[in-house]
Design a protein around this ligand. Structure first.
Ligand code: ADE
Ligand code: ZN
Length: 340
């Protein structure tokens, strides 16, 4: 469809981006060399960046992807590794017109292999500070607990972050939940999310990516989430869709991710038109762009190619994305002035 140049320059907010998901095969090989890490010998996909990319093009499911995602991040060791990872993302995001980014990270995937929480957060924080200073991009770090780890792991992630004072000093802006949707049930994490709610910590969770809409209602109910990450299967439950619309819950869609991980076969199956018709607020995001063949602009353009949205509809998307962001009221006003 048209509007391509409009979409290029449209100021964008990204709400669903895993910083570990921006680690490209090239960067992975550079880091492996620098950090003296032997890449997996028993998987031929790790022979070169090219073979790895070929494998990424054939993901069969979320779990198939997660296997590579967790393996690849083992090359990240030092604070500068995390700072560079973040800064490389922000530089690409800048080119795509991102003005505000809310960035997930999985501390538990790093602490489990001996990298401290402090190392990870210090590096990412430096990246965020540089993004603000050098690129004018504001950002929020969202610490994720993993569905594929235990509930007690999640409790300690939140406890460590709270004890460090990271939610009150602005280092962290919220709590998220990611990982496999095949293990456990969202309600298992109720206590963790209730603790966060009581401490006035922002909350979101991946739900309805591969799993059913019940996961979405559980996240909103028992986990008290203020947003839903993915939420693609929300369209299967019209009543719930109405509720999400009325409460102006932001759904952070990731179209190219859903296609790559085979939640849907093609873009036409994304519930974009259904969400617009039902007045559901949503943003369009890149999830793990180094793995899914495109950053945020590619996601915007693929949506436009399929759905041919009007200028007004894109302005509504931009407006809802700002409204659903976890930045200050002052920053929201600045972001609105950038759009209009
Ligand atoms: N971690 C990174 N990307 C993810 C996704 N799309 N779903 C669940 N966990 C993730
Ligand atoms: Zn995700």
């Amino acid at each position: 469809g048209g509007l391509h140049s409009f979409l290029v320059t449209l100021p964008k907010c990204e709400h669903h981006l895993h910083i570990e998901g921006t680690l490209s095969p090239e960067a992975l090989f550079d880091l492996a060399k620098r950090n003296n890490i032997k890449l997996s010998q028993d998987d031929a996909a790790f022979a070169s960046p090219a073979t790895l990319l070929e494998r990424y093009a054939k993901f069969s499911s979320l779990d198939d992807f997660l296997h590579y995602y967790f393996k690849a991040m083992e090359v990240l060791l030092t604070e500068p590794d995390f700072e560079t990872l973040a800064m490389n993302y922000f530089e690409t995001a800048k080119k795509d017109g991102v003005v505000h980014a809310e960035v997930f990270f999985d501390p538990d995937a790093h602490t489990k292999r001996g990298i401290s929480y402090e190392t990870v957060v210090a590096g990412l924080r430096k990246g965020c500070e540089r993004a603000q200073k050098e690129l004018g991009i504001s950002s929020v770090l969202i610490v994720c607990v993993l569905r594929n780890h235990s509930v007690s792991d999640a409790k300690s992630v939140l406890e460590v972050a709270m004890k460090a004072g990271h939610f009150s000093n602005g280092t962290l802006g919220g709590l998220g939940m990611s990982g496999s949707e095949k293990v456990g049930k969202p309600e298992d994490w109720e206590e963790v999310f209730t603790t966060a709610k009581n401490a006035k910590i922002h909350r979101t969770a991946h739900a309805g990516e591969e799993g059913p809409p019940e996961y979405i209602s559980t996240a909103l109910g028992r986990l008290h989430t203020e947003r839903i990450d993915h939420g693609r299967t929300l369209a299967e439950d019209p009543e719930l869709m109405k509720e999400v619309a009325t409460k102006q819950i932001l759904v952070t869609l990731c179209p190219l991710s859903n296609i790559c991980l085979r939640g849907i076969k093609q873009m036409s199956e994304m519930p974009i038109r259904k969400f617009i018709d039902a007045k559901v607020h949503f943003s369009i995001n890149s999830d793990d762009p180094a793995y899914f063949g495109g950053y945020i602009l590619a996601n915007y353009c693929s949506v436009q190619e399929e759905f041919n949205l009007s200028l007004g509809e894109w302005e509504d998307i931009a407006e809802h994305a700002i409204q659903g962001s976890w930045c200050s009221a002052e920053r929201k006003r600045e972001l609105k002035n950038l759009v209009y």
